[in-house]
Design a protein around this ligand. Structure first.
Ligand SMILES: NC(=O)c1ccc[n+]([C@@H]2O[C@H](COP(=O)([O-])OP(=O)(O)OC[C@H]3O[C@@H](n4cnc5c(N)ncnc54)[C@H](O)[C@@H]3O)[C@@H](O)[C@H]2O)c1
Ligand SMILES: [Zn+2]
Length: 350
């Protein structure tokens, strides 16, 4: 695998570059070669002084738009301020928009680019590990409503993804670990050798690790652009994870909840007769080696089950779970009972 992956989008393919220095060394030339006279970078107040201000100086007709930092700003209101700033910057249909940030900026600036003047060109420049291995891939963009996350959105493929691994040096450790949980998830559902590597090395945001974790998502998205089938495998650990986030009133961060959720899914797989207990133990050891949680406390298993009832996939007194027959062999299972889930969760209480 070279420095870049090729992603098959809805309208042709585009490159995803994973490389230290990708932003300063590659993005300006890319914008120039593609003939963009104006490039508008959308970022937040944390990333602007770290990377945004330098980057716009290097871009043709560079202009910086800064929004507040946080999921609570991933709203239509903020998108409206972005549209206004686009107009003030003189943006039109020939402008390139760069989404410089984590998943929040990628989703929101991507949505603004998908809708401003019925769509302008977009580059994703992910700056968190999570956005490099997950949210910048697959073209889903959008914002939250007060009623729930990601309720408004679109599919918008970028012209390219520039993942500059140098920026991970300033990423807070907790964010790195949350991203690692999703990287681990991708390895478990689609890349057994990567999982063994992660087990040996633990926390390791090296280029090759990121590229391979990203490649798992790229492959699943290509197989299932509109989410009718295999893309659901990316939700390993998420049925449990979302419920734990909710029951804890979002005190559990998404990545950490997914990590403990993956342990639960692996145990449930063994319990359900899909795999040997050794597989669940191996997954648990890998999660642990990555300094991610494998146990929880202060939450009742029955409450976690009840929170799952709000899952979009809830039907006939249960929901669907992504379980494992082996590493790289995820399956969707619909016949899991409350007793099985509670049993697994009881065994994971601290
Ligand atoms: N579109 C998709 O397919 C998809 C998939 C998964 C998640 N998401 C979305 O992604 C979002 C979560 O993304 P996230 O985990 O990247 O969170 P985030 O974008 O909120 O970033 C986390 C924090 O790290 C800071 N930060 C980012 N890069 C930094 C850097 N290099 N140095 C220092 N600080 C930095 C941010 O300012 C923020 O405070 C959620 O809104 C979720 O819905 C989307
Ligand atoms: Zn996730």
């Amino acid at each position: 695998m070279g420095e870049s992956l090729t992603v098959q989008g809805a309208n042709g393919s585009y490159p995803m570059l994973v490389k230290p220095g990708a932003l300063s060394e590659e993005l300006p030339g890319f914008a120039d070669e593609r003939g963009f006279a104006r490039v508008v970078v959308v970022t937040n107040t944390t990333i602007a002084p770290l990377y945004g201000e330098e980057l716009v100086k290097q871009l043709p007709g560079g202009h910086l738009i800064t929004v507040p930092d946080g999921e609570e700003y991933k709203t239509l209101e903020t998108v409206e301020t972005i549209y206004t700033s686009f107009l003030e910057a003189g943006a039109d249909r020939s402008t390139l928009i760069v989404a410089l940030g984590g998943g929040v900026i990628g989703d929101m600036a991507g949505f603004a680019a998908a809708t401003f003047m019925r769509g302008v060109a977009l580059v994703q420049a992910p700056t968190t590990l999570l956005s490099m291995v997950d949210s910048s891939i697959g073209g889903k963009v959008g914002v939250d409503l007060s009623q729930g996350k990601n309720l408004v959105g679109a599919f918008k493929d970028p012209l390219a993804v520039f993942a500059d691994t140098n920026v991970l040096k300033t990423l807070p450790d907790i964010e790195l670990r949350c991203g690692l949980a999703e990287a681990l998830k991708n390895a478990i559902i689609g890349d057994a050798p990567l999982l063994i590597h992660l087990l040996a090395r633990g926390l390791d945001p090296a280029e090759e690790t990121i590229r391979r974790a990203a490649a798992v998502k790229v492959k699943l998205v290509e197989e299932d652009r509109l989410e009718h089938g295999p893309r659901a495998f990316l939700n390993l650990g998420h049925t449990f994870g979302h419920a734990i986030e909710k029951v804890s009133n979002f005190e559990w961060k998404h990545g950490l909840a997914v990590a403990v959720g993956m342990v639960a899914a692996a145990r449930l797989s063994a319990q359900h007769g899909l795999c040997k207990t050794e597989l669940a133990e191996q997954i648990e050891r890998t999660v642990e080696a990555s300094k991610l949680p494998t146990r929880f406390s202060g939450i009742e298993p029955a409450d976690i089950w009840d929170a799952m009832k709000h899952d979009k996939k809830w039907r006939d007194g249960t929901t669907h779970f992504i379980l494992l027959k082996g590493i790289g062999v995820p399956v969707i299972v619909r016949d899991v009972t409350r007793d099985e889930v509670i049993g697994v969760l009881e065994s994971m209480k601290n």
